[in-house]
Design a protein around this ligand. Sequence first.
Ligand code: PLP
Length: 284
Amino acid sequence: SIFYINGNLVPAEQAVIPALDRGFLFGDGVYEVIAVIDGLLLEFKRHAARLARSLSEVGIRNPLPRDALLERCRELVRRNGLREGSVYVQVTRGADVKRDFAFPADVEPTVMMYVSEKSLRVNPLAESGVRVASVPDMRWQRRDIKSVSLIAQVLAKQAAQTSGAFEALMVDADGVVTEGASSSALLVDERGRIVVRPLSREILPGCTRAAVLALAARRGVAVEERKFTLDECRRASELVLTSALHFVLPVVELDGQPVGTGRPGPVCHELRQLYLEYALASAL
Ligand code: PLP
């Protein structure tokens, strides 16, 4: 496949980054993952805006403002002949000659992009539902930044998968749910209301979550933005995960116990349909 590195399209074997790149040394960078269907980019505006915000919050010059990012993504999708899958975009602070923690004076951000093929529309997990395992949220205090420093999520996902689950549901010290290791979480309560944690520095502002909540509200579904506990998830009618590549997924088991009926629920099913329809109609 063909990668994009610092302005150049290069074959995968030549897609290399200097050993002193600060992304490699410090995890000093941010990223985005954008879904592609029929060669078009889903939720592009939200991803471009979040990338710009992440960069601004960590003081890295944005080398890919909206139009440049769109052009680069489209070019990469076209050159790779990608129909369905994803574009990965990573921007690090760059490579310097010294390993100083503080920002180097003159450093150019490193941009790396590549595409992966993956079936998104058809996903057996949407039919079967997924299992999740609760794990302590061990991340830092700026989880709203989509940072490439992902070791806490790596460990969370590994712990979940070791116990046979698909995703880790991360929980604060007080038993309050934050989000999945690579997904946003919401629940449907016994009265059919969606309960979702308010955005703050404690969770990533999920692009899929934002779209799904807007669609639900437009449908007249009550959306309650408040923190919810692991215990509430155990008693919920439905538990739902959202992410750019999995869209909307039903959770059928939490820590080995069935959630709701133990089968994918109707609200989740409808949200997935609504999301797909909307995301395809607005794809760039
Ligand atoms: N939360 C975390 C921690 C994530 O890593 C992700 C995506 O990878 C999400 C939520 C979902 O965000 P989005 O819907 O923008 O993919």
